[in-house]
Design a protein around this ligand. Structure first.
Ligand SMILES: [Zn+2]
Length: 439
């Protein structure tokens, strides 16, 4: 393992009026005012996500929240007065993205019991804490496919206003649950039929959701319906997707079932979550339609076993998890073989300890173990999610004009994805949130 002795050369950001005016002109959020006006990252190697040669001994210049120049040290001058961070031989990659996160995650067993009476305020503060830890773990963008009571929307706004610190958030608000289906409580009625589901989708969009999450098959975490059963009807699935798309919102479908997936793909769903059981014809259909797969493979594999022990998961839950592990792995391997669009997601907190690293890094490592090249896995954790979100003009790669969401790791992740296991520097929107190199 390499060790770094690099010192941070920068001083505290100054909040001058000039900087405020520039940020105002760019239409930035108040959070931008906390980024230094001008900064530079020197001494790193910038990874090329298109597979080209990296830029060694690079200089990355940042103004406010965005990257203004990237090049070799000989070609670019660091402007006077810029705050300089020397990453001392580390590798620079775009901020990681995790597309399946529930910041308010509450799973059956001891965890659910402890959180049973959690108030809205407590929930939102717990989510804010997790958001901060996610960011420090190198994850600068997350998609939240279903959190309770709109804590996610409140947090998204607070982060944009600079009142809380965390990744950029794309959220689905509350997931749309059908009576008796995944995520439901016994004896409680939820949204059923096209009309109620359309209303529920519009309610979430009007609350601030840019995605709509539907649960079209059974799942691991609740006893409602078999994981491989298509629980939502084609009429319901079509209605929700149509309603969401009319508002410009995208739709993520939790699915473990080939039948349910097939119906959703025909209806134009944007992403399939988990895909615990997927056969080759269904995967080919997804490939043809350009549907995204967000594997969350880490939840069904051995790396997460200690986590489920820690939260006191009940026996039925562990059995349900074990029952899908092998099929889930096969589906992922086939999806990689078929060349599907894959965006990284964990269904665990991005920073959750897993096998000596975080859930996010372990998920990427699983992708390589299942057949991706390290470069493909790195893309699945960066530019591919940005494409899925339709945000690749702003995030997902280190390019001039994009947000300065930058992470440093000790080695070249395109050679060995395990480099992601150790994050040593995190910048989001030009502001440094972690710098182990300065210690
Ligand atoms: Zn989930």
């Amino acid at each position: 393992m390499m060790r770094y002795t690099g010192r941070s050369l920068f001083s505290k950001a100054s909040h001058c009026v000039g900087a405020m005016l520039i940020f105002a002109a760019l239409g930035s959020t108040p959070a931008a005012a906390e980024s230094p006006e001008r900064s530079a990252i020197i001494g790193g190697s910038v990874v090329d996500l298109d597979g080209g040669a990296p830029v060694h001994d690079a200089i990355v210049l940042i103004e406010g929240e965005r990257i203004t120049a990237i090049g070799a040290a000989g070609d670019i001058a660091v402007p006077q007065g810029a705050e300089v961070t020397d990453v001392n031989g580390a590798w620079l990659i775009p901020g990681l993205m995790n597309m399946h996160v529930h910041l308010g995650l509450k799973l059956p067993g001891k965890m659910a019991a402890e959180l049973a009476n959690e108030t809205e305020g407590e929930l939102t503060l717990r989510m804010a804490h997790s958001a901060r830890l996610s960011l420090e773990a190198g994850v600068t963008t997350i998609r939240l496919p279903g959190d309770d009571r709109h804590g996610d929307i409140a947090l998204k706004k607070a982060i944009e206003r600079g009142q809380a610190h965390g990744p950029r958030i794309f959220s689905a608000g509350e997931a749309l649950v059908i009576t008796g289906g995944h995520g439901s409580e016994a004896g409680v009625e939820y949204a059923d039929g096209p009309a109620q589901l359309i209303k529920a989708a519009r309610r979430e969009i009007s609350a601030g959701a840019s995605w709509v999450k539907i649960l079209i098959s059974g799942g691991i975490a609740t006893d409602g319906g078999d994981i491989s059963e298509a629980l939502m009807t084609p009429g319901e699935i079509n209605a929700v997707i149509d309603a969401a798309h009319r508002f410009g919102a995208k739709v993520a479908a939790h699915s473990g079932s080939p039948q349910a997936t097939s119906i959703a793909v025909d209806a134009g769903v944007d992403s399939i979550e988990h895909g615990y059981f997927l056969d080759r014809p269904t995967l080919r259909k997804m490939k043809k339609a350009g549907t995204w797969l967000v594997p969350t493979i880490v939840v069904s594999q051995p790396a997460t076993a200690p986590f489920f022990e820690k939260i006191g998961s009940p026996q039925w839950y562990l059995a349900r998890r074990d029952s899908v592990g092998k099929e889930h792995w096969k589906a992922l391997q086939m999806a990689i073989e078929e060349g599907l669009n894959i965006a990284l997601g964990t269904d665990q907190l991005p920073h959750e300890p897993n096998d000596g690293t975080t859930a996010t890094a372990r998920e990427a490592q699983y992708y390589v173990e299942a057949g991706m090249t390290p470069l493909e896995a790195l893309r699945a954790a960066t530019i591919e999610p940005a494409r899925m979100l339709g945000a690749d003009d702003d995030i997902g790669s280190l390019e001039v004009g994009k947000y300065a969401d930058i992470v440093a790791v000790p080695g070249d992740p395109t050679e060995d994805i395990k480099a992601l296991r150790e994050i040593v520097f995190v910048m989001k929107g030009g502001r440094v949130y972690r710098n182990d190199l300065a210690r």
